[in-house]
Ligand binder design. Structure first.
Ligand code: ADP
Length: 377
């Protein structure tokens, strides 16, 4: 079963831009959102990721009108939402707990917002029942549940229930769709499949969406841009690949799952500017890089088996685990000096290998310096 974005192709481009200007929300002494500014373009999908307690729910609740903001401004299109009641904000919501009404059929669940809420296109009142019916049918087609309208929602599989919840959220043509861990309760294979489908469906609709998740993989897969929220502040915002390769701080790098975070130095010699990790020369960096100490964030993909080429690092394999991306190898480098050793001994080095290695294997690694990210200390 798949979503059918083509059903709605005539409706592309309904999303509105979202603007948050210096938004601050406090609960007593706790600052849950700290002077937060974010612009989401019309039709853009932005994923908000951050550890538990970083303010993700507060952000969604503030946009939905369920939280009072202390300072700042939230605009949807050109409407300042400060004076707009929750049910008139034309914001669609989809949660992990799909919150379907158990006593209603699938069709009645999808129709609920059309009958009881206000819609952007029909703000003043209710739709004629024929219009509701055809909109419900269109929405069920959109999520691949054409024949499900008369079914009770009890007994739907987890994936089907989430499709109904999505159809219900989209039915009133919201200017903004907000998704809060929408796929969190599904098993992994289904979650990954629906993530990709959801992305193409939202793109096809031109639906502006803010997607909140603690799962970085899901965020990277679905979003045009990822926004990393830590301690109520946006610490990094950008396309997924850029945020991953250039996290901008150790905190963001660690949150995103980087494990090779090394203390390195840049030394300018006569002919070249050299990057060193402990006693090792990792390679040359551009002359524009100033001499001094740095933190290097080294993605696992940038380290590969040297296979006869000069190795930047010699390591001994400690552990190997198979993942779909390849064999994930944890190893340590021998003969580290104090700079390269942590207090607890040699720092682990992580990389991805195409073949299975074994604990105790000694191998040389080369390093793609273009994918290494230097942070000033
Ligand atoms: P997240 O969704 O990222 O886990 P939240 O937005 O729920 O984060 O919470 C952000 C911060 O605000 C946390 O420190 C949390 O304890 C606090 N907080 C959230 N809701 C309330 C509340 N109703 N009363 C007091 N503190 C709250």
């Amino acid at each position: 079963m798949t979503f059918h974005p083509d059903v709605a192709s005539g409706r592309a481009g309904l999303g509105e831009p979202l603007t948050l200007n210096s938004v601050t929300v406090r609960y007593g002494e706790t600052t849950a959102l700290d002077d937060l500014t974010l612009n989401v373009d019309a039709g853009e999908i932005v994923a908000i990721v951050g550890p538990s307690g970083s303010g993700k729910s507060t952000l969604l609740r503030s946009i939905a009108g369920l939280e009072t903001i202390e300072t700042g401004q939230i605009l949807l299109g050109d409407r300042d939402l400060a004076t707009v009641a929750t049910h008139r904000r034309w914001v669609g919501l989809m949660f992990q707990d799909n919150a379907l009404f158990p006593h209603l059929t699938v069709a009645d669940n999808v129709a609920y917002g059309l009958v009881h809420g206000s819609s952007r296109l029909q703000p003043a009142g209710r739709r004629a029942s024929g219009a509701v019916e055809s909109r419900v049918a269109e929405m069920l087609g959109l999520v691949g549940l054409e024949d499900f309208g008369s079914r009770p929602v009890q007994g739907l599989s987890g994936g089907e229930a989430q499709r109904v919840a999505l159809a219900r959220a989209l039915a009133p043509e919201p200017g903004l769709l907000m998704l809060d861990e929408p796929l969190g309760s599904l098993d992994r294979a289904l979650r990954e499949e629906l993530t990709i489908e959801l992305r193409s469906l939202l793109n096809e609709l031109g639906q502006t969406a803010v997607h909140v998740t603690h799962d970085q993989g899901e965020a990277f897969a679905i979003a045009d841009r990822v926004a990393v929220l830590i301690g109520g502040s946006l610490r990094r915002v950008g396309p997924p690949e850029k945020v991953w390769l250039e996290p901008g701080s150790v905190e963001v790098a660690q949150f995103l799952g980087h494990r090779n975070i090394w203390s390195v130095s840049v030394e300018s010699g006569q002919d070249a500017t050299i990057l060193r990790w402990g006693h090792r020369t990792l390679g040359e960096v551009g002359p524009a890089t100033k001499a001094g100490r740095y933190i290097a964030v080294v993605p696992e993909q940038s380290l590969t088996l040297a296979r006869g080429r000069a190795a930047a690092i010699e390591v001994v394999v400690d552990r190997v685990a198979f993942t779909r991306q390849g064999f994930e190898v944890e190893c340590h480098s021998e003969g580290d000096d104090d700079h390269a050793r942590g207090a607890a001994g040699p720092r682990p080095v992580w990389f991805l290998a195409e073949e299975r290695l074994h604990p105790g294997d000694r191998v040389g690694l080369s390093l793609d310096l273009n994918r290494l990210h230097l942070l000033q200390t």
